[in-house]
Design a protein around this ligand. Structure first.
Ligand code: PMP
Length: 445
């Protein structure tokens, strides 16, 4: 229950009961489901405004869920809304023919990211990952993809494995076995996957030594953002870059979460690593569905003449293009990321102080406007350490305590808190007040 706020969210409960009759689970994405932590029902949203979200009962929360990342400019950013409205009112939505605006957007992406020489657009991160892995297989003539336990790369059959595996089923620490996300995954797909622990260059080196000639790509988030937030150990991504380059394996950065968030050049710019292919989504569209996959010209050129097919009725539709062009213009304004980082650091360091002062076994891990609180005595470097050391029950109490004090983020310890350009220092200070009270509540047991 949303203790002690349950009675304040009664309308969400009523709406949830109605929705469940016609929508399985009452929601349209797993991350919003009761079994993802939204118990006894998810909050139903009336509207978002800047850094705030209002639920169906009129409760207002400071929003660090931010739609799981897209609302980097806050809710209803006027410039993006206006650009979309102008486009659809004056020009249209879908033509099945190109518009000049697509190349304008592609130019901005290519200019922002040194690793991206050409780029293709699509609608979701799931699609963009599917494109990138297909292209890597076509380019190398190899079939296996290395991916890491605890990450998420969308819900397509080929990669929806080993996100949150139960450790009994998942094999040894150094060489995990692929675990399907659930029933319905076609048998045999996993033969093309190699699952590794993250932050372990030796494990990667070993597998490339034995299977390198079969591996098309190493697919990774540059920061692990789907098992809370875990930063790469110093030298790890550099080692990954060197090992893959030497073996003719493409390095694919899944920057669906980090892209256009840790800077215009994403995590790769911030950390100084140049992948062969990259995938972007959430930060790109200011809340509208648009994604991009791009990288080396020699790899991307396989799409020329339809040798590798990438299609879609809605790719580069008017809404997506207008939203992304307007969003990138906002992100490119001088000082944008400096300001976003300053507010975000105030939150990350502030939360760290609050939790330390309370003497709770917790640390806040993140970079820029992306972070998560780990309730753990020990540092967490990969999925198995998270499973073994992180106190999920304490996180749950933390989440409920914050929610009841008007601060919203995802109930899952393996999700992230996001900060937007609409969050102010005052928002952060109000959040830290709520955190101080919640910390005292946690100590009382
Ligand atoms: N990759 C990563 C790293 C993600 O976090 C997500 C979504 N959370 C995806 C891919 C899939 O993106 P989408 O939900 O747009 O399909």
């Amino acid at each position: 229950n949303y203790m002690p706020a349950h009675s304040r969210t009664a309308r969400s409960g009523v709406l949830f009961d109605a929705a469940r009759r016609v929508i399985p689970g009452g929601v349209n994405s797993t991350a919003r489901a009761t079994w993802s932590g939204w118990t006894p029902y998810p909050l139903f949203v009336e509207r978002g405004t800047g850094s705030r979200i209002e639920d169906a009962d009129g409760n207002v929360y400071i929003d660090y869920l931010l739609g799981l990342g897209p609302m980097i400019l806050g809710h209803r950013p006027p410039e993006v809304t206006q650009a979309v409205v102008d486009f659809i009112e004056n020009r249209g939505t879908v033509f099945a023919l190109p518009t000049a605006d697509e190349a304008v957007l592609a130019e901005k992406i290519v200019a922002a990211l040194p690793s991206v020489e050409q780029v293709r657009l699509c609608n979701t991160g799931t699609e963009a990952v599917l494109y990138a892995t297909r292209l890597a297989r076509a380019f190398t003539g190899r079939h296996k993809i290395v991916r890491f336990e605890g990450m998420y790369h969308g819900f397509s059959d080929a990669v929806y494995w080993s996100k949150h595996p139960s450790l009994e089923k998942a094999g040894p620490d150094s060489r995990p076995q692929p675990v399907a996300q659930g029933p319905g995954m076609p048998k045999g797909v996993e033969a093309n996957l190699i699952i590794l622990p993250w932050n372990d260059a030796d494990a990667l080196r070993d597998v490339v030594w034995t299977h390198g000639h079969e591996i098309a790509a190493v697919l990774t988030e540059p920061l692990m953002c789907n098992t809370g937030c875990i930063l790469p150990e110093p030298g790890y991504l550099e080692a990954m870059r060197a090992i893959t380059a030497e073996a003719g394996i493409l390095l694919i950065f899944d920057e669906v979460i980090t892209g256009f968030r840790l800077g215009l050049a994403g995590a790769q710019g911030r950390l100084g690593i140049k992948p062969d292919l990259s995938v972007f989504a959430k930060g790109l569209g200011g809340g509208f569905p648009v994604a991009a996959m791009g990288g080396r010209r020699d790899v991307m050129s396989l799409v020329d003449q339809g040798r590798v097919s990438m299609a879609g009725t809605y790719t580069a539709n008017g809404i997506a293009i207008a939203a992304a062009n307007a969003t990138l213009d906002m992100l490119a304004r001088p000082g944008f990321y400096e300001n976003l980082d300053a507010v975000s650091d105030r939150l990350r360091l502030g939360l760290e102080d609050v939790l330390q002062d309370a003497g709770l076994p917790a640390h806040v891990v993140g970079l820029g406007p992306l972070m998560q609180v780990w309730f753990s005595e020990k540092p967490i470097r990969n999925y198995r350490e998270a499973e073994r050391h992180a106190d999920q029950a304490l996180f749950d109490r933390w989440w409920r305590g914050m929610l009841s004090r008007g601060v919203l983020f995802h109930p899952g310890a393996y999700e992230n808190l996001f900060v937007s350009a609409a969050h102010s220092a005052e928002d952060v200070d109000a959040t830290l007040d709520a955190a101080r009270d919640t910390a005292q509540e946690l100590l009382r047991g």
